[in-house]
Write a protein that binds this ligand. Structure first.
Ligand SMILES: Cc1cc2nc3c(=O)[nH]c(=O)nc-3n(C[C@H](O)[C@H](O)[C@H](O)COP(=O)(O)OP(=O)(O)OC[C@H]3O[C@@H](n4cnc5c(N)ncnc54)[C@H](O)[C@@H]3O)c2cc1C
Length: 465
C-alpha cells in the first residue's frame, strides 16, 4: 500500500490497483457519507473495503481553504446545525448529540458556538438599495410573514410552493415594493433551502428535522473532520467512476482512465445532480422508481464569496447583514460577519439559486466588483475599494464537475419516501447514501453522515446473510 498526499498535505493510504482483486465493499465518493460508511465498516471488522474518489482530496462539499496565513474559510459546509442533544423528537436521536459534534469532540477539533436563532432580529441588520439601513418596520413585516408561513405550511397541499403561499400574504407598507417582497423570500427561504421559491415545497421544506442546541462553526475549517476520518481507511483519489455493471455476482466498477475495480457490494454516495445528470452509467439501468425519486428532489444552489478586508467597516456585533438589492433577483441578500467569531476582518457573502446561477458566469474580478457595489450601498461612508481587499475565495458549485449543485431541497411534489427510495439497495448489491438520501436531515453534513452509517449497516446485514 502506498501513501498519497492531498493538496492540503493530508496523507491518505492508497490501494495498489490489481484488477483481479475482489473487494467486499467499494464506496464511490469520499465525502462525509462515504467516509462515514467506510469507517463504520472498518470498526465492524471489514478491512477489504476501498473508497474511490474523483477529486485529489477528500471531503466533497466540505471544503476548507486558506484565505491567508491567518484565516481558513469554508467554501462548502460551515455549521454544525444544532449540536444536540435531541432532534425534533426523532426517537432515534433523543438525548443524543449531533453525530458531527460528537466526532469533533472525539477528535479534539475546536468548534465555536454562533448565535442560536438565525431569525433573531437583534442579530440582524437590514440594508437596502436606497442606501443605508431599512426602516425598522421591515422587522414586523418579516416576523408576520414567518408566523403566516408557520400557520399555513403544515396545511399546505403537496403541490403548493413557497411562492404560492407568498402570493396570498399582505405585506402592509411594502405591498407594492417588489424588491422588498422578493428579498423576504430570498433571505428567509431561498438562502436557507437554496432553491427557487416557486420550486420549494410549502408542505415539505419544514418537514426536516434539526438537532436541538446551538449551532457551531469550525474556526480552523470543517475539513478537519473528513481529513481525520480519511486516515484509517483505503482511498484511491483521482478515480472518477464512469461505468458500474452489476449484472453479475461481482460488480465491475470502471474509472474514466479505464481502471477496473471489482466488488461484492457497492455504496454510491455521489451528489444528487451527478445521479440525475447520469454522469455514471449503470448496467442494468437503475429501477424506474429510483430514477423518478432522484428527479423529484431539488438540486439546490448556494454560493459564497468570502472576503478578507484590511479592517472591519460593517456592524461588528451582529451575526447577519441582510440586503435588499436593486437587482431583480435579490443579489447578495445575506452576509455573515466572521469577525465576531474569528476576530479577523472577514465577511462571507451568499448568493442563492437565481443569483448564484447568474454569478456563476462572472469572472472573479467581476464578482468582487458586484459585491463591492452592494457593500458600498449598505455602508456609503465606508467607500470600500478593491485595494482594501487582502484576499478572497469564491465557490462555484454549479460549475464544479464533482458536485454540480450545493445541497438538496424539498421540491414541490416530493415526499420523504423519495429519499428512502433512492437509498434502497438494488439487487442486494448496490446501495446509495449521501445527504439526498436522508430526508430527516436533507442538505446537511449530519444527514449525509447518518446516511453513510445506514448504508454500511445494510451492507453488513447483507454480507452476513
Ligand atoms: C455552499 C454550501 C454550504 C453548506 N452549508 C452547510 C452547513 O453549514 N451545514 C451543513 O450541515 N451542511 C451544509 N452544506 C451541505 C453539506 O456540505 C452536504 O450536505 C454534505 O457535505 C454532503 O456530503 P455527501 O457525502 O452526501 O456528498 P459530497 O460531499 O458531495 O461527497 C460526494 C463525493 O463524491 C465524489 N464524486 C462525485 N462524482 C464522482 C464520480 N463520478 N466518481 C467518484 N467520485 C465522485 C465527489 O468528489 C465527492 O467527494 C453546505 C453545502 C454547500 C455547497
Amino acid at each position: 500500500m502506498e501513501s498519497q498526499q492531498t493538496p492540503n498535505g493530508t496523507n491518505i493510504k492508497k490501494e495498489i490497483t490489481n484488477s483481479t482483486h475482489v473487494y467486499d465493499v467499494v464506496i464511490i465518493g469520499a465525502g462525509i457519507s462515504g467516509l462515514g460508511a467506510a469507517n463504520h465498516l472498518k470498526e465492524q471488522g471489514y478491512e477489504n473495503v476501498l473508497v474511490l474518489e474523483s477529486q485529489d482530496r477528500v471531503g466533497g462539499r466540505i471544503s476548507s481553504q486558506n484565505l491567508s496565513d491567518e484565516v481558513v474559510v469554508d467554501l462548502g459546509a460551515s455549521w454544525i446545525h444544532g449540536a444536540g442533544p435531541g432532534a425534533n423528537e426523532i426517537p432515534e436521536w433523543r438525548n443524543k448529540l449531533n453525530p458531527i459534534y460528537e466526532l469533533a469532540n472525539k477528535l479534539n477539533i475546536r468548534t465555536v458556538k454562533t448565535q442560536d436563532d438565525v431569525y433573531d432580529s437583534s442579530q440582524q441588520k437590514y440594508y437596502w438599495y436606497k442606501g443605508g439601513e431599512m426602516p425598522s418596520d421591515i422587522f414586523q413585516v418579516v416576523d408576520k410573514f414567518r408566523s403566516y408561513y408557520e400557520q399555513h405550511c403544515k396545511k399546505a397541499n403537496k403541490k403548493l410552493s413557497i411562492q404560492d403561499l407568498f402570493s396570498k400574504f399582505d405585506f402592509g407598507p411594502y405591498q407594492d415594493d417588489e424588491k422588498v417582497k422578493r428579498f423576504i423570500l430570498v433571505s428567509d427561504f431561498e438562502s436557507e433551502y437554496d432553491g427557487d421559491s416557486s420550486q420549494l415545497s410549502a408542505s415539505q421544506i419544514d418537514n426536516q428535522s434539526q438537532f436541538d442546541g446551538e449551532d457551531r462553526i469550525f474556526p480552523l475549517g470543517y475539513s478537519q473532520i473528513p481529513n481525520a476520518l480519511a486516515q484509517s481507511i483505503r482511498i484511491n483519489l483521482n478515480s472518477k467512476i464512469k461505468n458500474i455493471d452489476y449484472t453479475r455476482d461481482i460488480i465491475d466498477i470502471q474509472t474514466t482512465n479505464n481502471i477496473l475495480y471489482k466488488a461484492r457490494k457497492l455504496i454510491v454516495t455521489v451528489p444528487l445532480a451527478i445521479l440525475a445528470q447520469k454522469v455514471i452509467n449503470f448496467t442494468p439501468v437503475l429501477p424506474a422508481k429510483k430514477i423518478q425519486s432522484i428527479n423529484r428532489l431539488g438540486q439546490g444552489l448556494l454560493d459564497k464569496l468570502i472576503i478578507q478586508f484590511e479592517e472591519v467597516f460593517w456592524d461588528k456585533n451582529i451575526d447577519w447583514l441582510t440586503y435588499v438589492s436593486d437587482a431583480e433577483q435579490s443579489d447578495w441578500a445575506v452576509s455573515f460577519n466572521h469577525h465576531k467569531y474569528l476576530s479577523q476582518p472577514v465577511i462571507t457573502m451568499f448568493n442563492t439559486y437565481n443569483s448564484a446561477v447568474k454569478f456563476s458566469h462572472l469572472s472573479d474580478e467581476e464578482l468582487v466588483s458586484s459585491a463591492l457595489v452592494a457593500l458600498n450601498t449598505m455602508y456609503p461612508r465606508a467607500k470600500v475599494t478593491r485595494e482594501k481587499i487582502k484576499g478572497f475565495k469564491r465557490s462555484n458549485w454549479s460549475n464544479n464537475e464533482h458536485a454540480k449543485m450545493s445541497y438538496t431541497f424539498a421540491k414541490v411534489g416530493c415526499t420523504p419516501a423519495d429519499s428512502e427510495e433512492i437509498a434502497k439497495g438494488v439487487n442486494n448489491k448496490v446501495w446509495f447514501a449521501g445527504e439526498h438520501t436522508c430526508f430527516d436531515f436533507l442538505g446537511t453534513v449530519n444527514g449525509a453522515y447518518i446516511s453513510g452509517l445506514k448504508a454500511a449497516q445494510n451492507i453488513i446485514q447483507s454480507l452476513k446473510a
